[in-house]
Design a protein around this ligand. Structure first.
Ligand SMILES: [Zn+2]
Length: 91
């Protein structure tokens, strides 16, 4: 599969825009997300994927996308994939 990461481009931006709504909550901890928070800080907005991309999840499928805090998102990811770049395995 020569598909690129998907976390860029027009469709990705559309998805982020659709998800980034006032009152959205983090699906991992259940608390509200501060859309004004500095990007890439613990409580800022990010998009998480129910089925990680490394496991074949579709990055652009709205049904696979959830809003999450940047901090919650990255700590979850650490747990699930272990050491960094465990995903660069070739099939
Ligand atoms: Zn959270």
């Amino acid at each position: 599969m020569a598909r690129s990461s998907g976390r860029s481009g027009f469709k990705w931006r559309q998805l982020v825009k659709a998800l980034r709504q006032p009152g959205c909550v983090c699906w991992l901890c259940g608390h509200g997300i501060d859309l004004q928070a500095e990007p890439r800080t613990k409580w800022s907005f990010s998009v998480d994927h129910v089925t990680p991309l490394s496991r074949g999840g579709d990055p652009l499928d709205r049904a696979n996308a959830r809003t999450a805090h940047y901090g919650c998102n990255s700590s979850r990811k650490d747990r699930m994939t272990g050491p960094k770049q465990a995903t660069s395995r070739r099939w």
